[in-house]
Design a protein around this ligand. Structure first.
Ligand SMILES: Cc1ncc(COP(=O)(O)O)c(C=O)c1O
Ligand SMILES: N[C@@H](CCOP(=O)(O)O)C(=O)O
Length: 463
């Protein structure tokens, strides 16, 4: 399997190279040259398999020759052995048609663990045979940062620099990052939004001198390996609910479009997905893009779902490329210039065949939380509640089960959950004594030079 850039001007890479590279040198995102395809029989044969076995079957075509099947199995066993639930990503039923896919049983209580626990091991594996030190730079609105730091803390040959928006993540999210004291972990709070942090990360990749000097890599979903690992749970859940015989719909609380793009890939591979429901909060660039073709970034409004307070949605570029590749370089140039661009007719029609979207405000989110709490005793995190509100509003045939991705544990957002439901969820013991540990982070302006200087002073140059 080889990978190409959405901008068409970066080298074609294999899986090992694409994992270590993160972002493409031309500013684009790597995607597989073609989608692997699963027959109905191959999908049916996933029934009854463990999460690890499902992961091996689904990811094998993407990994190609970079790892043998036994090696891939060993890494998955190690990664998912750290999850607090034997099923890794269990389903919970809310009523006769609504289900939750619980993705928060990993070490840092969010869906990011599913991919990042594996990515940490892939980095270690690929670096073990190379004389290279990796400098991982990432941007987080809270969850990617904590999951990436957990996955990389203390690993040899890697430093991680994680940028989060100062004062715009929950206290649990911040402490999960800033109380990790491994010497290879560096937390930077930027005085700006997540979009500012993400733009800084992309600008550092675009600086060939800097990227080359420090061997940069990425843990955000711009890194293909992140998305690959997220495809697995769509197969795992759909097969449990009757696929390939019965199509299943998924409602996905969305910010950077990574999680839902993994669902799109699952559909391209042959999984019968009736609909992918894109749920945004009031920062609704994706809802406007999918419903009206208008991809234009406004200012970011802080909400009770901070992980989705995003107006520049990186992985949307992968969808646009898949639907109309020639249009992408000009569209991205227009977006970089004007913070706005329009989808082509081909992109709109292609997206409409699988996606629907909804913009969920604070009241609708709180209502969904109370509905789940009163009806089935389930306490949802606010992001999951945004997904569920969109799922309940979706127009789909009655016999299609709708799975809402439960992307975080409610205890990560205790204040918002308590405000909506009156219940204050307690933190699972696996996160440790977060509130007793000392925090360490530095605050920097959201400007390229100070951030690059900070990193250059601490990172290990390429060997
Ligand atoms: C809890 C939670 N839900 C939803 C999302 C949105 O996911 P994505 O950025 O892949 O669209 C995030 C952040 O990525 C998150 O942390
Ligand atoms: N919500 C995210 C934002 C970054 O998204 P990613 O999936 O591209 O890493 C977060 O929690 O940091």
């Amino acid at each position: 399997m080889h990978y190409v850039s959405t901008r068409g001007a970066a080298p074609r890479l294999d899986f090992e190279q694409v994992t270590l590279a993160g972002l493409a040198a031309d500013g684009g995102l790597y995607v597989p040259e073609s989608w692997p395809s699963f027959s109905r029989d191959e999908i049916a044969a996933l029934a009854g398999l463990s999460y690890v076995e499902t992961a091996v079957r689904v990811m094998r075509p993407f990994v190609g020759d970079a790892l043998g099947e036994d090696d891939l199995r060993a890494l998955c066993t190690q990664a998912y052995g750290r999850f607090a639930h034997l099923a890794v990503t269990p389903l919970a039923q809310l009523d006769e048609r609504h289900w939750l896919l619980e993705l928060f049983h990993g070490p840092t209580l969010a869906f990011k663990d599913v991919a990042l626990q594996l990515l940490g091991l892939l980095f270690e594996r690929f670096l073990s045979s190379r004389d290279t030190h990796l400098t991982v730079i990432g941007a987080t609105s809270g969850d990617t940062g904590s999951a990436a730091i957990d996955a990389l803390a203390g690993r040899a040959k890697v430093d991680i620099f994680m940028l989060h928006p100062h004062g715009r993540v929950s206290d649990v999210q911040r402490r999960q990052m800033t109380t990790v004291r491994a010497p290879n972990v560096h937390n930077i709070a930027v005085e700006g939004t997540f979009d500012d942090a993400q733009a800084l990360v992309k600008a550092m990749f675009a600086d060939a001198g800097f990227a080359g000097r420090f061997s940069l890599s990425a843990v955000n979903s711009i890194n293909w390996a992140r998305l690959m690992a997220q495809i697995v749970y769509y197969f795992y859940a759909a097969v449990r609910l009757g696929a390939p015989e019965r199509p299943v719909a998924f409602a996905v609380p969305t910010g950077n479009f990574g999680d839902v793009f993994a669902g799109y890939v699952a559909a391209k591979m042959g999984l019968p997905i009736a609909k992918l429901i894109v749920a945004t909060n009031v920062n609704d660039i994706l809802h406007r893009a999918l419903s009206a073709g208008d991809y234009s970034a406004g200012t970011v409004t802080p909400t009770a779902t901070p992980s989705m307070d995003i107006q520049v949605s990186s992985n949307f570029e992968r969808l646009l490329f898949d639907l109309d590749p020639e249009a992408v370089p000009d569209q991205m140039a227009a977006f970089a210039r004007d913070k706005a661009m329009r989808l082509t007719e081909r992109q709109r029609a292609g997206a409409a065949s699988l996606f629907s979207s909804a913009r969920i405000d604070a009241d609708e989110m709180a209502l969904a939380m109370r509905w789940a709490c009163d009806g089935s005793g389930q306490i949802l995190d606010p992001h999951t509640a945004v997904g569920l509100a969109a799922a309940r509003a979706a127009q789909l045939p009655q016999d299609v089960p709708i799975v809402t991705l439960a992307t975080a544990h409610p205890a990560k957002f205790r204040d918002a959950v308590e405000r909506a439901t009156g219940v204050r969820p307690s933190l699972p013991s696996r996160v440790g004594a977060l509130f007793e540990r000392e925090e360490k982070f530095d605050v920097l302006p959201a400007e390229l030079n100070p951030v690059m200087t900070y990193i250059a002073e601490r990172a290990t140059p390429r060997a």
